[in-house]
Design a binder for this molecule. Sequence first.
Ligand code: IMP
Length: 194
Amino acid sequence: MKKIVFATNNAHKLQELRQIVGEDFEILSLADIGCTDDIPETADTLDGNALMKAQYIKEHYGMDCFSDDTGLEIDALGGEPGVYSARYGGVAHDSERNMDKVLMKLQGVTDRSARFRTVIALIEGDKVTKFEGKVEGRILTERHGDEGFGYDPIFAPVEADGRSFAQMTAQEKNAISHRGRATAALVKHLTRDK
Ligand code: IMP
C-alpha cells in the first residue's frame, strides 16, 4: 500500500479523508511520522499556505505528502474570514468565538451567501500539483446541529435541504463538501494509473 503523509494532526480531517480515500493509500498523519514541529503557515492565500506546509514536510522528512488549507469566504464581509478562518475570533481554533464573530458581523445583513474553499497541494517526488474544491452556501442566523467542526453549525450548503453541515452525517457532508471535492480530485489523480 502506498504511504503518503497528510500534513495535519486534525483528527476530524484525518477521519474524513480516510473515509474518502478508502483502502488504496495509507494516510500518515504528522504524529505518525513523529513530526511535532510548528509548521509555518504564514502565507496570505489558501494556495500559499497549502504549498508551504507540504514543502516543509518534503524538505524535512523526504516523504511524498499533501497539505490542505480551507477558508470560509463570506461575500458580505469581502471574503472574510478566508485564510484567517482558524483564528478569526482572535484565538486559534476556537470555533465558538469564530462563529460568534461571524454572527455578530452579519447581524441585520440580508446577503448571507458564502462558500467553503479548500486547496490541496500535493508533492510527489519533485512535482507539485494543486486541487481545489468548493461548496456554496449561506450563513445561518444561529447555530444548528452538533456534528462536524469549525463553522459547520452556521453554514447551510445550497445543495442540501436547508440543514447546516452540523446537522448532516459525515457521509452526507463529505459527498458535497469543499474538502470532499478537493479530496476526490486528489484521489482521482493519485489513482490515475490503476
Ligand atoms: P484548515 O485550513 O482546514 O485548518 O481550516 C481553517 C479553519 O477553517 C478551521 O480552523 C475551521 O475553523 C474552518 N474549517 C475548515 N474546514 C471546515 C469544515 O469542513 N467545516 C467547518 N469549518 C471548517
